[in-house]
Design a binder for this molecule. Structure first.
Ligand code: FES
Length: 149
């Protein structure tokens, strides 16, 4: 009987020690990058592709721009440099990824660090950005704007 009690005590001690050891290990665990599990086509999240109706072109005044959030990872800035000219860009600033503020003083402005881009070409006009904004095709059909993604 005494032996059983000692074993029980020892087992309990080992278990408690193991728990402490596991707790210590858990506290020291460093998160690692994981990849999502593979999914079927039906399970895959719908990425915006193809044509996206943005809305009436009349919402964008000449010399201004408007942002459209297409998805959590894509916002588009459509500019209207002239009456019949519309341009669209990926609104993520090429410096550090902030979403640009919009068109101000004939420039696309990023409020994070002051980069400026041409509203017709997307080219850098002032740093710290070094690369132009990504171009996105935009079409006017009737009175509506469509982005082709
Ligand atoms: S993220 Fe736009 S200027 Fe830095």
């Amino acid at each position: 009987m005494t032996i059983i009690k000692r074993r029980a005590v020892l087992t309990g001690a080992v278990a408690a020690g193991g728990t402490l050891a596991l707790s210590a290990c858990a506290a020291e665990t460093v998160p690692v990058a994981t990849t999502p599990p593979s999914a079927t086509v039906e399970d895959a999240p719908a990425e915006p592709t193809g044509e996206q109706l943005l809305g009436p072109s009349s919402e964008i005044m000449v010399g201004s721009g408007k942002k459209y959030e297409i998805s959590a990872s894509l916002t588009i800035l459509v500019t209207r440099p002239q009456e019949d000219t519309f341009r669209a860009f990926n609104a993520s600033c090429t410096h550090s990824g902030c979403i640009v503020s919009g068109v101000r003083d004939d420039q696309i402005a990023c409020g994070c660090h002051g980069a400026r881009f041409d509203p017709e070409s997307g080219e850098v006009q002032a740093g710290p950005a070094k690369s132009p904004l990504g171009k996105i095709m935009v079409e006017v059909r009737g009175s509506d704007l469509f982005a082709i993604i």
